[in-house]
Design a protein around this ligand. Structure first.
Ligand code: GLC
Length: 415
């Protein structure tokens, strides 16, 4: 059985590779994550007061899209409405619990979409399906679903062509009939190029909840490479992760990942053919914390130095040592090398190694002409046994002054 051919929106999405997730809403003013209304048992009549102090004065959509660009991110998924029910967009009269009716007085999704267009970033709309604000969610589920569809219709008709809708919350009523056919059918009609994603949550990683969906999700986990043989349609995979331990800002969350870990995680996602959606949590009025911006910029530097093959590169069948892996583009292959030694002096370098041991890639019989580090152009010694497809390579260690965590070499072929 064959692997199905991806539809154009799905292959476009796969090539985006790396995206920014933004969790921002009324909850950001409390600095204790996006679930604080529920977990902190804040009564609705108290919580809604956050709307009166929501000015969005620090929300500079263009600053965000240009940061994403510098970080090498090609799309942004913004929480247009999260579980607390507050919308960053103008609901066009469906519900006045939205940004235009707050002191912000602006349609923040419009600003976001406009900035995305200016910077060549694909806008994706995160939208909750569960709702802690609308009473109909508990009391009149049919009525609620109609409200949800009308809300999504606004998003599909008021902002031009969008990259996708990213739903989240069906896991809150696993036995309910969410009428997904109706919702997705409407999106296909109004936005045929939009990806439709519905997060299956922490317990159901990589499961496709509905045949119309275009991607599976791996929330906070590493993706597995999907074996799509015999699938009725080709589907993408996406892994979303926090940059510390929260989605919406946790101002006392010090558990930041390292830049090295973000780079490794990006590589892990791409080695399985999945996109990496990395979250930032803007502060109360919309500014991305300086530390988070700085981290993203560093990842972007790594991509421009040696990781530009993460976009077009597809997981290869070649088998490597340890965590190493190969991505294939139509012309070349790219070898992602982990745990590389550092050339240096014992007085200044921890665990210096003058030369590294040879490593092996199995499964490349196409004749190789050269293997060179992407960051320096330095050619690497290699020998290839075309009959067995075995390649032996000597990856030279990092020169003093350099440590890219994962180092990438371009494998060029003779024809
Ligand atoms: C979970 C959470 C939600 C968060 C999402 C991101 O489903 O409920 O708060 O937005 O994960 O993947």
């Amino acid at each position: 059985m064959a692997v199905p051919i991806p539809e154009p929106r799905i292959s476009r999405f796969e090539k985006l590779g790396f995206g920014m997730f933004i969790h921002w809403g009324l909850y950001s003013q409390l600095g204790r994550g996006e679930w604080i209304m529920n977990l902190g048992k804040i009564p609705k009549q108290e919580y809604v007061k956050l709307k009166d102090t929501f000015t969005a004065k620090d929300f500079d959509a263009r600053a965000i899209t240009s940061l994403a660009k510098r970080a090498g991110m090609k799309y942004i998924a913004l929480t247009t409405r999260h579980h607390d029910g507050f919308s960053l967009y103008d609901t066009c009269g469906l519900c006045d619990y939205d940004a235009p009716h707050s002191p912000a007085g602006r349609d923040l999704v419009r600003e976001f979409v406009d900035a995305c267009r200016q910077d060549g970033i694909l806008p994706v709309f995160y939208h909750t399906t569960l709702d802690w604000y609308q009473e109909s969610f508990q009391e009149d589920f049919e009525g609620y679903l109609e409200y949800l569809r009308r809300s999504v219709e606004v998003l599909c008709t008021q902002y031009g062509e969008i990259g996708g809708l990213w739903f989240d919350g069906n896991w809150s009523k696993p036995d309910a009939d969410w009428k997904e056919d109706e919702l997705y059918g409407m999106i296909r009609r109004l936005q045929p190029q939009a990806m439709i994603i519905n997060n299956t949550g922490l317990d159901n990683l990589g499961r496709l909840g509905h045949p119309q969906l275009d991607s599976v999700t791996f929330e906070q986990h590493h993706p597995k490479k999907l074996d799509q043989e015999g699938f009725p349609k080709y589907i993408a995979a996406e892994m979303c992760q926090t940059i510390n331990a929260h989605w919406g800002i946790g101002s006392r969350d010090f558990a930041y990942k390292s830049v090295g870990e973000l780079i490794e995680t990006l590589c892990i996602a791409r080695s399985a053919g999945a996109n990496y959606l990395l979250n930032v949590g803007p502060g109360p009025q919309g500014a991305i914390p300086a530390l988070e911006s700085a981290m993203l910029e560093k990842v972007g530097e790594w991509i421009s130095l040696c990781g530009s093959s993460i976009y077009e590169g597809k997981p290869s069948n070649a088998v490597c040592d340890g965590a190493d892996f190969v991505l294939d583009t139509p012309q070349n292959s790219y070898w992602y090398v982990h745990s590389l030694g550092i050339r240096g002096d014992a007085n200044v370098t921890v665990d210096p190694k003058d030369s590294d041991a040879k490593r092996t890639i199995r499964g490349i019989s196409r004749p190789i002409s050269s293997i060179c580090w992407e960051d320096s152009g330095e050619p690497l010694w290699f020998e290839q046994d075309q009959k067995t497809g075995e390649v032996r390579i000597l990856p030279t260690g990092f020169p003093y002054g350099t440590n890219t965590v994962v180092r990438v070499a371009r494998i060029a072929y003779q024809d």
